[in-house]
Ligand binder design. Structure first.
Ligand SMILES: [Zn+2]
Length: 406
């Protein structure tokens, strides 16, 4: 049985943009497109892939499901109506899921509710592994990149995609769709394909969708039209030296800062310590270390001025993978100045006056990221599902847990 459903009209009226499935068992791969209403490239790409699948009817294991993100904003071609829909997912899920019908003040709450209902309907209706990809484009020109929360499952999920992979953005940007669904146990990645209006962003999205379907075993590479070209496209646009990068600095801003980037910088550009990157009401803002500039704010509003990132060597990635598979974090509280947080799972408290200077690096290797600093103590935590995949029943229980906690 092959079922398909594609919206023919240019306007998005339905949450489900299209599905492709056969009776062969395999993963459920969900692509969310248009979580930001000014980013239609993902929708065009997804429809193109669905059309190709319907024409070619290849051997296909599992299912592909395309869901629209912010339908109201997509119709108005605006980034959002009241608030950024790729924020506040954690608090949203804690407060309103699943059937709370209280009228919300924000258009995005209605959208989140509808999207969450659809996602949980899919998860609860299958025993297969569910994977989530959130497709975006950027305001300024950029090579395509992947952002993941640093779990071994997520690394595995995108390991064959030739685009650069950014770790640690979730530590800086709270409440993303990816972050929240990772917490619940679903392997989830974000892909940025390039600038909003650049036609190549559509092709990059198509390449990503096909390569993910191949990576997850849904389709054999010989059945993918232009498989080698897609690999070449994303490979050609990748950076030369490292494949995996980590965010080590965020310059946060608010409107009263009068922040302005200096002209001419591009995403991933190498910058040297002392380079003047931007200015605000207090004067010049310079790079405090060598690195690469990431997501400089040139257009629109936001509270992230820019980030700095650096490549991680393949050696340390291997070390970290080995230690994490061995569950080495069981012993981390033996380090001086480190203790377990008894009130929160997968969390350690580091007393920075006592702890060794390299403690944080060890925690980073083990997938732990900074959560907060309280009274000179650093709280670090990791996602609950690093290497192990929970059952869909457990994932649904996690939704209930979040609900009951509120
Ligand atoms: Zn976006």
């Amino acid at each position: 049985m092959i079922s398909s459903e594609t919206a023919a009209k240019p306007h998005i009226k339905k949450r489900t943009i299209g599905t492709y499935a056969t009776n062969k068992a395999g993963p459920v791969v969900i692509f969310v497109v248009g979580l930001h209403g000014n980013e239609p490239a993902g929708i065009v790409a997804l429809k193109a892939v669905l059309d190709q699948l319907n024409i070619l009817k290849p051997t296909f294991k599992g299912s592909l499901i395309g869901l629209a993100g912010n339908i109201t904003a997509l119709e108005r071609k605006e980034r959002f109506i009241d608030e950024d829909m790729n924020r506040n997912w954690d608090s949203y899920l804690a407060e309103v899921y699943p059937t709370h019908d209280a009228l919300s003040k924000h258009a995005e709450d209605t959208e989140r509710r509808a999207l969450t209902k659809e996602l949980t309907r899919i998860i609860s209706g299958t025993k297969e592994n569910v994977f989530l990809c959130d497709l975006h484009t950027t305001s300024s020109e950029s090579v395509p990149f992947i952002s993941i929360n640093d779990t071994l499952r997520n690394r595995e999920f995108v390991k064959n995609i030739p685009s650069p992979i950014i770790l640690g953005l979730a530590e800086q940007i709270k409440g993303t769709l990816n972050g929240a669904f990772n917490d619940l146990g679903i392997a989830s990645v974000l892909f940025e394909s390039g600038q909003h209006d650049d036609l190549s962003s559509i092709e990059n999205h198509e390449a990503f969708i096909w390569l993910i379907l191949e990576q997850l075993g849904c389709i054999d590479p010989v059945e993918i039209p232009k498989f080698h070209k897609y690999r070449e496209i994303l490979g050609r646009l990748a950076l030369d030296e490292r494949k995996i990068y980590e965010v080590f600095f965020r310059h946060g801003i608010d409107t009263s800062d009068h922040f302005k980037m200096e002209p001419g910088f591009v995403n991933f550009q190498k910058v040297k310590k002392g380079t003047r990157l931007a200015h605000d009401k207090n004067g010049a803002i310079k790079a405090f270390k060598n690195g690469r500039l990431f997501m400089p704010l040139y257009q629109g509003k936001g509270d992230d001025g820019f980030f700095l990132i650096r490549g991680i060597s393949p050696f340390w990635l291997k070390v970290s993978e080995r230690l994490r598979k061995l569950k080495f974090d069981k012993y981390l509280h033996w380090l001086p100045g480190v203790r377990k947080d008894q009130s929160a799972p997968n969390t350690f408290i580091i007393d920075r006056k006592i702890a060794l200077f390299y403690s944080l690096q060890i925690f980073h290797l083990m997938g732990y990221r900074k959560k907060e600093v309280k009274k000179g103590r650093l709280f670090v935590s990791r996602l609950p599902y690093d290497d192990e995949t929970p059952s869909n029943e457990e994932i649904m229980k996690n939704f209930d847990y979040l609900t009951s906690r509120s």
